[in-house]
Design a binder for this molecule. Structure first.
Ligand code: WTA
Length: 647
């Protein structure tokens, strides 16, 4: 972000107090929760742990004797699926809607807690019958259909960690994630729907499975049918509906230790290889249930809709585990916001009477561009609270959301967190905290976040860090504890480094500015520059590639690639298009570069390191930063001139 806009941001003078009517009914109305947590942080979390049903109570809140390896709720025994399903069917909630699902073509399904209980039990038995045991990993590569949360909860029920791979990832990305997790079973669908098109999930899966020796069986949900183009491999592939027909109705939930693994979720980091973020059971469930309850001000009668895909952490924590642990009604939508028309989200709000909406700044920017007629023609009067997540929200987008969606009645919670944090860590409490457009405001009670300088000292501008453990924190990187230590805990002694840059304003509010490492945030999705670079150099014409995130009006950041070609290969428009397609095929469409710039040389330090920072300066049209460490400063000057000529 440019210095100028940043200054403007920090002088943001629009301050919004929680509306009176909202405060009157809010779960928290004053600063009591903050005070309580400040006086006794662990006591606060111990109290929150009572939201969860434990088969055996824990005997210590936190064991931090061997940092950075935390243990929360030591010796506690519980089961996540029991907490999300069984305990609700024992009450009147049995016939409350657990999941309201809307398919892209217009079909819909409502699963009550009782329905969910039945499906989860049966599918848990299916997994058992295929030999899945506690500790075995199961990979899920599914569209946004009810079978996805059912399968997740069934895995949790028998203690088999799930690894959900976003349906937009390519065959190769799926293969790498299956192999890293050494998954035994893959659950996929014949295909998925997106903007009316068929997404060939099963075909991708078949391609991936050519190199996945650990997979024994593939379970296939029939979503699209004839048009899917899916083939079943005999002896390996089984239809979900066939398996479910005769599955026994009851499956006892496995008593899990608080620290047993609940799931792995892969996310991009600063190397080419995605990291398998490990979340465990007890602390995670306490963390997501507590934050979901307070930040979204959950009431029994709410219809809550988080628009994320379950393939990302937001869906794990705030479509599945948080809402269901709280016995909430959670809406799930399969498709795209502009199908069949650009009012689809608002039609869904109207159709189901959604009261709480949680979405991403990139979506809000698209809605702004499409215009107010789309929300304008729908009844949004049921909405009472709005949320955002995934990237910094620009104040204009915040104001638009406030005015045209919230109709100036609904508080907005801008929530900062990460795949690694598992739960929201910085956010307003909607009945308490005054909001300003563009800031996630202050840490959640019981969370110690700070902004520090290069030496780890508190500063008004620098790096966002977390100074003490929190319940839903990642416990390690799957099978790579060294990487866990180096990645997060080595930059500052005993402190978790988030990878984000941040500022603190005079009210103590934290303004997260975005990543300071080699991670790009495209439409709220994390992509590592190295992953895209590896995909580019995999192409036979490419000698070397450097990838950066360039500020983009709608996507937040867009991927820009600087590419040098091999001897004898000539740059051309066709080749640029081919390289973009190559990246999309290797990683997934989300990683397709926005633009490719061919150059004879890349700016490098004397030790040969590519200076991406300077490439960003070039791409964003800024004056070049410090070039004194370059081996040959004339390279970057020439590159800048050529780039400007071209654009
Ligand atoms: C960014 C998504 C500013 C940040 C839950 C973080 C945000 C990364 C916000 C994590 C926010 C997320 N304001 N930036 N409210 N929320 N980010 O792992 O850079 O997909 O480090 O988790 O998104 O992305 P991830």
């Amino acid at each position: 972000m440019e210095a100028k806009t940043l200054e403007a941001l920090l002088k943001e003078e629009r301050v919004f107090s929680p509306p009176e009517e909202f405060v009157a009914q809010a779960n928290v109305k004053d600063d009591s929760l903050y005070k309580e947590a400040a006086e006794d942080r662990l006591g606060f979390w111990a109290k929150q742990a009572e939201r969860i049903d434990w088969f055996q109570k824990w005997d210590k809140v936190l064991d931090w004797d061997n940092p950075p390896f935390a243990k929360w709720f030591v010796n506690g025994k519980l089961n996540a699926s029991y907490n999300c399903v069984d305990r609700h069917v024992k009450t009147w909630r049995r016939n409350k809607a657990a999941i309201i699902w809307e398919g892209e073509p217009g079909d819909s399904r409502v699963l009550t807690y009782q329905d969910l209980y039945r499906e989860v039990n049966k599918f848990a038995n299916v997994l058992k019958s295929l030999g899945v045991k506690k500790g075995d990993r199961v990979t899920l590569y599914l569209p946004m259909i009810p079978e996805l949360p059912i399968a997740m909860l069934a895995c949790a029920r028998i203690g088999a960690p799930h690894s959900v791979v976003f349906g937009g990832f390519s065959a190769e990305s799926l293969r790498d994630r299956i192999n890293d997790a050494e998954a035994k079973i893959l659950i996929t669908a014949d295909a998925g729907w997106r903007r009316g098109n068929v997404i060939p999930l099963k075909q991708n899966a078949d391609q991936a499975l050519q190199e996945c020796p650990s997979i024994e069986k593939v379970i296939v949900v029939e979503r699209v049918g004839e048009k899917s183009g899916a083939n079943m491999v005999e002896g390996r592939d089984l239809w979900w509906h066939d398996l479910m027909k005769d599955a026994p109705a009851k499956c006892e939930p496995e008593p899990m230790d608080a620290e047993d693994m609940l799931y792995i979720l892969y996310t991009s980091g600063t190397t080419g290889k995605p990291k398998g973020v490990v979340h465990t059971t007890g602390g995670y469930l306490v963390g997501v249930a507590t934050t979901h309850y307070y930040i979204f001000d959950i009431k029994e009668e709410d219809v809550y809709w988080c628009t994320a895909d379950i393939g990302w952490v937001t869906g794990h924590s705030y479509i599945v585990y948080g809402p269901l642990a709280n016995g909430c009604t959670t809406v799930m939508y399969e498709g795209s916001p502009d199908y069949p028309d650009r009012d689809r989200f608002w039609r869904i709000v109207e159709k189901y009477g959604v009261t709480i909406l949680y979405t991403a700044p990139t979506a809000i920017r698209a809605f702004m561009k499409w215009g107010t007629e789309y929300p304008g023609r729908c009844d949004l009067s049921t909405l009472r609270l709005l949320g955002t997540v995934g990237e910094p929200i620009n104040p204009e987008a915040w104001m638009w959301y406030h005015k045209y969606i919230g109709r100036e009645r609904c508080p907005i919670v801008d929530t900062w967190w990460q795949t690694e944090t598992g739960m929201i860590l910085i956010s307003p409490l909607p009945g308490v905290t005054k909001t300003k457009p563009g800031t996630a405001t202050i840490p959640f009670p019981g969370v110690e976040a700070d902004v520090v300088d290069d030496n780890g000292n508190p500063a008004s501008s620098g790096y966002l860090v977390l100074k003490s453990p929190w319940p839903a924190m990642l416990r390690t990187i799957f099978r790579d504890p060294e990487r866990f230590k180096n990645q997060y805990w080595s930059r500052f002694e005993g402190i978790y480094f988030t990878g984000d840059g941040a500022k603190r304003d005079e009210d103590g509010y934290i303004w997260v500015l975005g990543r300071v490492d080699d991670v790009i945030n495209v439409s709220g999705h994390r992509i590592g520059t190295m992953e895209v670079e590896s995909a580019l150099v995999d192409h036979p014409s490419v000698a070397e590639a450097a990838v950066i995130g360039k500020t983009h009006e709608l996507k937040g950041q867009a991927i820009s690639a600087f590419v040098t070609l091999k001897e004898g290969v000539e740059p051309s428009e066709e080749l640029a298009a081919e390289l973009k397609a190559h990246v999309a095929k290797k990683i997934g469409a989300l990683a397709r570069p926005e633009d490719i710039f061919f150059t004879a040389e890349l700016p490098k330090t004397r030790s040969g390191k590519i200076m991406r920072r300077l490439l960003r300066d070039i791409a964003e049209g800024r004056a070049l930063g410090d070039t004194t460490t370059l081996a040959d400063p004339s390279v970057v000057q020439a590159l800048k001139e050529k780039y400007e000529e071209k654009s």
